[in-house]
Design a protein around this ligand. Sequence first.
Ligand code: PMP
Length: 405
Amino acid sequence: MFEQNKIRLEFPILGSSVNGNQLVYLDNAATTQKPLQVIHKISEYYENNNANVHRGVHFLSTKATNLYEDARRKLQQYINAKSSDEIVFCRGTTEAINLVANSFLRTRLNSGDEIIISAMEHHSNIVPWQIVANSVGATIKVIPINKQGELVIEDLPKLLCKKTKLVAVSHISNALGTINPIKKIIDICHAKNVPVLVDGAQATPHQLVNVTDLDCDFYAFSGHKMYGPTGIGVLFAKKEHLESMPPYQGGGEMIKMVSFTETEYNDIPYKFEAGTPNIAGAIGLGTAVEFLDDLGLEQIELYEKQLLEYLTAKISMLAGINIIGTAKQKTGILSFTLDNIHAHDVATILDDDGIAIRAGHHCAMPIMSYFNVAATSRISLSFYNTEEDVDKCISALQKVRKIFA
Ligand code: PMP
């Protein structure tokens, strides 16, 4: 099992104090902390290797290009894509989804067509589809959920029809922690020839993801949620889709030849990487996935599951707790309300003790409406969290109840 003390030393920020207490960081679904390996790799890049990529013949440019393309291969291996050409670097999940909405879908979508999403999506897997749908008069259909926060996937075949152009669904819900049966969903959609985009923002940090086995058409994720830097993420897309899609943005890098009358676009994936990319970010993310691979995704998943069980058992003993999201298959995310105390008050009082949790709608307002709450408090775990972190959080929640009694 994990040597927690050793792992925690890799994350210098975990040793810092907040309001006179040692930081207890339980907001990992928003963003994770960064290990020294990643931090060092980025500073080493700027100290020794910085140059623009793909353009120069000089020594440093070649070095930077090699590092950038190495990172692409590491990401390919991490999600088991067939080719590194299927890895498009972008800003994160949000940009990856917008890319698919504006390039893949816009060219295929007509008035009266339908896009299917689920009732537990993050706003970034709702709004881009709405924008494109509204521009042509298409509609959005929604896979419902039950009171445990699980998808009612028996309803999916009924929703799919000739007009369905895409299904976009999260692998894991950031607001509830539910792990969706994504392989099953993809199989159902493919049986009707409907392509599937998976929002993998909350999955890639916590479990093995194999896009070849899943056979998904698109898979989007963010570096900063998986121990890498902010401002970098990945769109995986099947080669045949990328080949058929028009560019999302125009500029340098994405061209082979430009004149005032026409442009010949570059090969994939460069066709979708207009302008100077986030070179240091990509290299840092490459190091983050090596770090995760070294720890072992199966070990991570097992440890975080046990810690979630510990947390769920402890928090359930508190009076006034209402857990939102009780699916059978869950990752280390626990949303709750406490009596009728506002989530922001809960999070503010915990912050006094140096405990960082999130309060709000978690960019998933439709799910809040479904559960009839304005906001929840959310604890989200990482492998660097310990039972001691959980205990401190529980004591602080007891304090919150006393204050409001
Ligand atoms: N989808 C899910 C499920 C998420 O949790 C998040 C981030 N909270 C996003 C999409 C958006 O990710 P980003 O802000 O990194 O683009």
